[in-house]
Design a protein around this ligand. Structure first.
Ligand code: ZN
Length: 328
């Protein structure tokens, strides 16, 4: 088991610190590479405040062994890393945008059952686009007037009054954003104005010495977004609005006013990247389901993230494949 763990974790932190080239890298992509936010700094006084397992894009459903995969992932994370908190950045179920009520009910029942039976640590969820019910009205056979329409279903499961919130844990401030905004019969990546005003107020109230971790589904900012689809075929790089938040600029500007915003975790792309920009690290955390329970997605295996938060506002991150192979 120890040998496997070494293979999963990759090079030690000390090895990474020796690689001065890595310290200068703006982008470290995926695999099992471990990355740290404070490369080159003295680590003598800092202490680990919290270990997080970050899971995203589980897309559970009765088919393709997905529930067994979700179970295997939760067991792997808890047995190997003993996280104190799990962050789930959404797309918890296969799809409810275009699914009928009975199908969506069975998906949520399956999802909640696996969480309840397989997860022994606190979990904080964010909303993914596929967790929104019925905005494709023709296929979902919805009118828009159903009591659980849109985000109300997932919000009711978790007892939320609104789809975004914040809380404090282990000396860090956590902000769960709702970055999947409904547009027509689909969605875009966007923090709507009301939520953005709330975010401004929330950040203003946090002590400047308290490090902040933001988590949401659709990336606020990502480099892997360029490889979602083949959008360069027109001769121009294009990042479509459903892939990354269209308002990344004003979010970046806001975070720049708050140097205690350290880390933003997201999912959605089923790809792994890390972009360090103006003091904030934006990490897109792959997918538990990999390529929608059919194997890898591009170069990335089904996996989850281990994120260690430290008392000095630094962190370490690694992407951990858990060995899932698709069922035939
Ligand atoms: Zn998504």
């Amino acid at each position: 088991m120890e040998r496997n763990r070494q293979q999963i974790v990759g090079p030690s932190r000390r090895d990474l610190l020796k690689q001065t080239g890595l310290a200068a890298a703006l982008l470290a992509a995926g695999g099992s590479v471990e990355s740290a936010s404070s490369l080159g700094s003295s680590s003598g006084e800092r202490k680990r405040a919290l270990r997080i397992a970050h899971l995203s894009d589980i897309h559970v459903k009765p088919e393709n062994g997905a529930a067994e995969g979700m179970t295997a992932c939760l067991r792997h994370a808890q047995e190997h890393y003993r996280p104190e908190l799990i962050l789930n950045t959404g797309d918890s179920i296969w799809d409810s945008l275009a699914a009928e009520e009975e199908r969506v009910r069975s998906l949520w029942e399956l999802s909640m059952k696996v969480w309840k039976t397989e997860c022994g640590v606190p979990v904080e969820h964010a909303i993914g686009n596929h967790d929104i019910w019925g905005v494709n009205k023709a296929r979902a056979k919805t009118t828009g007037n159903e009591p659980l329409y849109g985000k109300k279903w997932v919000m009711s499961l978790h007892g939320w009054e609104r789809p975004y919130r914040s809380f404090d844990r282990a000396g860090w401030h956590f902000i769960a954003l709702d970055s999947a905004a409904i547009r027509d019969e689909g969605y875009i990546g966007h923090i709507d104005d009301e939520q953005f005003e709330w975010l401004k107020d929330d950040l203003a109230r946090v002590d400047a010495r308290t490090p902040v971790l933001v988590f949401c589904h659709i990336p606020l900012f990502s480099a892997a977004a360029f490889f979602k689809g083949k959008n360069e075929t027109t001769g121009q790089w294009v990042v479509p609005a459903p892939v990354m938040c269209v308002d990344a600029r004003r979010i970046k500007d806001l975070f720049h006013k708050h140097p205690n915003v350290k880390l933003c975790l997201s999912g959605h792309l089923h790809l792994v990247d890390r972009v360090d920009y103006l003091g904030v690290s934006y990490i897109c955390g792959g997918a538990v389901c990999g390529g929608w329970w059919r194997g890898n997605n591009q170069e990335f295996e089904p996996g989850y993230n281990v994120v260690d938060l430290y008392t000095d506002g630094s962190f370490e991150h690694r992407y951990v494949p858990y060995g899932w192979k698709p069922k035939t």
